[in-house]
Design a protein around this ligand. Sequence first.
Ligand code: C2E
Ligand code: CA
Ligand code: CA
Length: 630
Amino acid sequence: MDRRSLLKRFEIKTILDQFIEKKVRVKNSQKRENIIFTLCILAYLGLMGSLTIPNVSNAGKGIIAQFEVLLSIYMALSFSKKGFWAGVLLNTANILLIVLTIFLAENSGAVTGIVVNVFTILSIWIVSILMSRNEKHISEVIQQKEQLLHLNKEILESEQELKRQNNELQVSYQIIKNGEEKLNYLAFYDTLTKLPNRKMIMDRLELLVNLSRHNALSFFVVFIDLDDFKKINDSLGHSMGDALIVAVASRLRKLVHENDILGRLGGDEFALIIQQDLKDEDVLQYVETLRRSLEQKFRIETHDLAINASFGISKYPRDGIDPNELIRSADTAMYRAKETGKNGVYFFQRDILNEILTRIDFENHMKKAIENDEFFLVYQPQYNLDGGTLRGFETLIRWQSTAYGLVTPLKFIPVAEDTRLIIPLGKWILLTACKRIVELMEKYQLPDIVLSVNISAIQIEDPDFIFMLKSVLELSGLPPRNLELEITESVMIKSLERTRQILNDLKTMGVMIALDDFGTGYSSLRYLQLLPIDTLKIDKSFIDNISENERNKQVIGAIISLVHQMGIIVVAEGVENDVQLNYLREEKCDGIQGFLLGKPLSSRELVDFLENKLNTQFDEAILTRKLSII
Ligand code: C2E
Ligand code: CA
Ligand code: CA
């Protein structure tokens, strides 16, 4: 039954309702009832009394008895249980009175009175039973009605609650409606640069793909990634980083064609959709303008910031037929730009993808190699030319990969540098080598031995480098003077001032510094003057030429004497034959390292090597023996 008809039903006052109401009213007027009840009893007693008056005729007594019957029934009807019991008591009293009259006045005619009274009692008993049934029924009806009333009240209340909620909904709907524009903005625009965000770019690409599919048109996606943005964020803080992103966005936006869409994908990544069917050359020219525009410094607060970007371009449908594929291809091309020295523009090519996938696979294997214990160190002996004593060892890393076999450091160190894996790997190298050398120093009494460890530029630039080095020295117990760090010129090229500061810190710690690969890079002797270098390592490529090239010989001789004047010692590496050895000895080179005297040794081979004390000192006899082995 629905609410409306239920309510309607309540509105119709039935006879039953009226009766119930009446009953309720009667119930409520207790006081009046008591008075009437008392009056009835008094009336009955009065009637009883009048029966005892001797000169009342039998007809009169009959009438009185009738009144008594009526009164008894009235009481039973009107006062339920109370009335019934009053009727029973009064009639019983009447019977007793009649019995007494029979005995005292020997009036046997009064026996009919007893019969009347007994019948009266029976009648009121029946009346009372019927009444109580009726009452029970009525009270059930009252209860039901009360329940219905309660229900009705609840319905009314929930109706009000619904109204209230409806009002609230309307208010929030209004709020949502008011903020709809704002929400729309947040969903599709980047709050920092106010450029379209990734979602909008992807939606737009979806639309373009659908349109172009039918019209056989092309368009281009350009993926833009700032070079070394992390450095700016790390060194100058995120708010400067954000300000730079905004400045870059606004500079690029000014150059973007009005039909094209420039968006920010997140972080320092932007995307440009070129919605024109251009030739590749024209696209390249267009993107080049964007790239070059960034080459001018950005003035942010008091800083002049230089930032470049790498650009990758993909073309629909050539390089992808859906938004994801197009973005991925442009990203791959951008990655190529990063790999080839950054600040460049590249078009996507299928073979780049394969190359990059291989590279990613390689990187992933390398990341797991530390945990899997696939790296190990080897130690190549270095000798002092004067006296032929053992100078120390250069530690060199090896990777025994489950996937690629034995990998040369020339192949994986550059990748470790790119991915910054060199930071944890470099720490592992230092700690492992230092611990091993300390064991050997103690076991074989080698207090002056030098442990040379190669350090990448990335490691030196790491702000935690000095802290890491100190903790390695502390953990291993290696005295700093026994450690020589081999660095290359690439460290200095980035920032000479900063390098000088770090190298000075290292010197203060007591660690030695060697300049590695001398003769391959700029080979600037200026660095030797400016920086606290202890050792110069002449590269193998220089030594290789000794036997053939007379001029080269002279250059090496000149370098050695010049470097000696600066108080720096010289170690030649890659010495493979006695011609080289003899020449270096003549030119008073201090140290020597090469296959001629010893190949890199595994950690276990080191023990055999040191056990055989003969090997720690070389003389002509050993040399001849070695030469016959090689
Ligand atoms: P490097 O520092 O110039 O190391 C010397 C390289 O020349 C080593 O190659 C060594 O085995 C090799 N070598 C030494 N004597 C001779 C010789 O007489 N003949 C020939 N043919 N080669 C000789 P390796 O171990 O393959 O290392 C190559 C480069 O990898 C190293 O050049 C160094 O730049 C890098 N590297 C190796 N280990 C580490 C390391 O632990 N950390 C870092 N950052 N780089 C490392
Ligand atoms: Ca080296
Ligand atoms: Ca070297």
